[in-house]
Design a protein around this ligand. Structure first.
Ligand code: DOR
Ligand code: ZN
Ligand code: ZN
Length: 391
């Protein structure tokens, strides 16, 4: 097959360390099939499926089920993330070793949405994952500081009478876990960094040799708590949208490498969980099909990142963090291609109803964005071309 790539940018296929695929349990909002389609259309060739499914992905049976279903769909490599603790909550460690030795070969473990509050549990989990040559992707929320929290703590939240989510809820637990990672020699990955203070903590931890990596979401690179003014629950997300100065610091930290990569935290939700009162709405936003365009808008266009840098934050770094040897790097001679072709000059308008996800909760609705994914290829097979999935 000959691909016409005239005027297009070739990048290694994107790797998303943080995707909520909702299967099993909430197939009314997303399935492994529809989420894989969204991923392929967004230029992704590998996604890490977060563990907060129902039932929770805290054992070998569930992670093998998710892995197998991903293979059957075949549009993107679906890597299940294992829950750190049984049921995601509580203090009993899940069987990390059994999940690692399963067919799913789980190496990334997470507490997403239910931060491991107990430092002893986190310390033991770090010791286990070190032995398994894995990594803990931590949700970065000190739950004792976010009881009932509904929005970034500040003037806007106060005026709307919403309980605040302080920056310190993120920064304090990231600092704690950086200390524990340093002392155990284990690897820690910090999910969805949202504040300037967390960037300071990461810089400090990295300077003293902590094996810590971090991701930032597209929405935290573009949107601010100004969005609260509309009171539209599409803007509700954990961690919350922060301030303009946080956004600026996050962009610079990603360009500099203190924050390693972009991850979507793609979080589909049903209409009834978004078309309601703010306080009743579930947190989360779609991200897979808009991620590249937001990176181009917030980093490439302002001159903070070139295309080489896009490859680094979208592919190389996440593949390295997750330990994927066959993704995120230039192709060897004769190797079946895993790549994404992007039209850097084209623009498109986001419509939630036209996205491949079952849910439509995109905060970028109606925005005209730069850069269009033309072709995604996984090991020599085209998975998406010109906006259509190739099954
Ligand atoms: O906004 C979020 N949504 N943050 C999380 O940590 C979990 C996620 C979800 O599962 O909906
Ligand atoms: Zn999270
Ligand atoms: Zn998440």
């Amino acid at each position: 097959e000959v691909l016409d790539a005239d005027g297009l940018v070739a990048l290694p296929g994107f790797v998303d360390l943080h995707t909520h695929l909702r299967e099993p349990g909430r197939e009314d909002t997303e399935t492994i099939a529809t989420g894989s389609a969204a991923a392929a259309l967004g230029g992704y060739t590998a996604v890490f499926a977060m563990a907060n499914t129902d039932p929770v992905a805290d054992n070998a049976v569930i992670v093998e089920h998710i892995w197998r279903r991903g293979r059957e769909v075949g549009l993107v490599d679906v890597h299940p993330v294992g829950a750190v603790t049984v049921g995601l909550k509580g203090e009993k460690l899940a069987e990390l070793g059994t999940m690692a030795r399963s067919q799913a070969d789980v190496r990334v473990f997470s507490d997403d949405g239910h931060c491991v509050a107990d430092p002893l549990v986190m310390r033991r989990a770090l010791e286990y994952t070190k032995a398994l040559d894995g990594v803990i992707a931590q949700h970065a929320e000190e739950p004792r500081l976010t009881v009932d929290a509904q929005a970034h703590e500040g003037e806007r939240a106060a005026r709307l009478g919403l309980a605040g989510w302080p920056a310190a809820a993120e920064e304090s637990i990231v600092a704690r876990d950086c200390l524990l990672a340093k002392q155990t020699g284990a690897r820690l990955h910090v999910c969805h960094v949202s504040t300037a203070g967390t960037v300071d903590v990461l810089r400090w931890a990295k300077e003293r040799g902590t094996k810590v990596s971090a991701e930032v979401t597209p929405h935290h690179l573009l949107l601010t708590d100004e969005r609260l003014a509309t009171y539209d629950p599409v803007n509700k997300v954990n961690p919350p949208l922060r301030t303009e100065s946080d956004v600026q610091v996050l962009r610079e930290a990603l360009a500099e490498g203190v924050v390693d990569c972009v991850a979507t935290d793609h979080a589909p939700h049903a209409p009834q969980d978004k078309d309601c009162e703010w306080s009743a709405a579930r947190p989360g936003m779609l991200g897979l099909q808009t991620a590249l365009s937001i990176v181009v808008e917030t980093l490439v266009r302002p001159g903070l990142l070139d295309w080489r840098g896009v490859a680094r934050v979208m592919s190389e770094k996440p593949a390295e963090i997750a330990g994927l040897p066959d993704q995120g790097r230039p192709l060897a001679v004769g190797e079946p291609a895993t790549l994404t072709l992007v039209d850097p000059d084209a623009r498109w308008t986001v419509r939630g109803t036209e996205l491949a996800s079952i849910a439509g909760n995109t905060p970028f609705e109606g925005m005209e964005l730069p850069a269009v994914v033309r072709t995604t290829m996984l090991r020599g097979r085209v998975t998406a071309a010109d906006g259509k999935v190739q099954r």
